[in-house]
Design a protein around this ligand. Structure first.
Ligand code: UD1
Length: 366
């Protein structure tokens, strides 16, 4: 029997399920790998976790650490302990981590201490804001990795500028683009969300908010909701609400300041989210992934942050960064973005075959 290359994939948060889905499929397709999936349990709500495994057809995780919520130190510490015991037992030839969450950091750190090679998918992104926990996670994960899969040319240049060995850096393209292409049809046939919510094409703004820099700062969070309530005077604002934001809103007047035109939904599954994004008039977000998905579907996007890891979207005219604390300017900027088109035929994220490239490089290097 052919000896398979054993890889341990470490994931735990919603965006990682999307990325791992397409890479996992590509690994399987080569018939060269035995992939073990370890779910840290960072995200545990049904609609932040299970629904993604189901809809994206991700193989069930062999290990689930169930770490749950906690401070960064507590959450990461629980992960370190649990990941180490699994890696000692499994002894994979490589550990695969994704993105910039605490699960990424923990996976990369444990693997490197055990002297196991680490591959980081979505390497080289920088917001240049070290107050963001994600920025620290990215930098550490990149500098611990043996193989770095950069989604864009800018990310490659960044890694070069930080002195990372050039032969460990691979321009793969963005696996989230692969996912958007692969699941578009399934969303079209399966998602009923627009009918359920009685929403018509281009008649609503879609919003997501979950970054700690927005949710954990009361002034900023209030300002964001004032902005959304201004926008909702012109068109409904549809808001699939992340649990972190739901918790923070409850602490501000029990969320009583929310305007009627803001339609709050539970977090959307992947297929519903595609449908909601594709048909929005404008997307307002602080998520990294949603900024790109807006571009994949060519919907104008406004980002509620002062900086982005995806600067090419701003340069191409598809994304605009705004400061939500200037409420009337921010609301005008969102409404003014409706119908704004950027450069249409740019392909900064590759051609939709990033996962295959990653599988090929892994097979070659291992
Ligand atoms: C994490 C990532 C962020 C990513 C995001 C996607 C870090 C530092 N942040 O942020 O980069 O963009 O995931 O969603 O890793 N909670 C629940 N149920 C869940 C998960 C979380 O109720 O299933 C609540 C808990 O109250 C928790 C809070 O959300 O304290 C924050 O969760 P956490 O895992 O710390 O980070 P996210 O905000 O989800």
């Amino acid at each position: 029997m052919k000896k398979l290359i054993k890889i341990a994939t470490i994931i735990g948060a919603r965006p990682q399920f999307v990325k791992a889905a397409v890479v996992s499929k590509a690994l399987k397709h080569t018939d060269k790998f035995n992939e073990i999936i370890l779910h840290t349990g960072q995200h545990y709500d049904e609609n932040l976790s299970n629904v993604f495994f189901e809809q994206l057809e991700i193989p069930a995780a062999q290990y689930h650490l169930g770490v749950g919520s906690g401070s960064h130190a507590v959450q990461t510490a629980r992960m370190l302990e649990g990941i180490e015991s699994v890696l000692l037992q499994e002894r994979p030839q490589l550990v695969l981590v994704y993105g910039d969450t605490n699960s990424t950091l923990a996976g990369a750190l444990v693997a490197s201490k055990l002297k196991l090679p680490v591959a980081h998918v979505e390497a080289g992104l920088r917001s240049r804001n070290r107050d963001m926990p994600e920025e620290i996670n990215r930098i550490v994960a990149d500098h611990l990795s043996t193989l770095l899969f950069a989604p864009t040319k800018g990310a490659v240049a960044q890694l070069h500028s930080e002195g990372i060995a050039p032969n460990s850096i691979h321009l793969s393209g963005d696996v989230m683009y692969d996912a958007a292409l692969q699941f578009a049809e399934k969303s079209e046939s399966k998602s009923q969300i627009l009918t359920e919510l009685q929403l018509k094409d281009s008649t609503y703004a879609l919003c997501t908010v979950h970054r700690a820099e927005n949710t954990d700062n009361e002034l900023r969070l209030r300002a964001i909701f004032e902005v959304l309530s201004e926008v909702s005077k012109t068109m409904p604002v549809v808001l699939p609400l992340h649990p972190r934001t739901r918790n923070s809103l409850q602490h501000i007047d029990n969320g009583r300041f929310l305007a009627d035109g803001i339609r709050i939904l539970p977090p959307a599954g992947y297929l519903d989210m595609i449908a909601l994004q594709k048909n929005a008039a404008v997307i307002v977000t602080d998520s990294g992934g949603v900024q790109k998905e807006a571009f994949f579907y060519r919907i104008p996007c406004v980002t509620l942050r002062n900086e982005t890891e995806w600067p090419e979207l701003v340069e191409l005219g598809w994304n605009k960064l705004i400061d939500p604390t200037d409420v009337s300017i921010a609301a005008q900027s969102i409404l003014g973005s409706i119908g704004r088109l950027g450069i249409r035929d740019a392909q900064p994220y590759g051609g939709g075959n990033a996962a295959n490239r990653i599988a090929d490089v892994l097979a070659e290097c291992l």
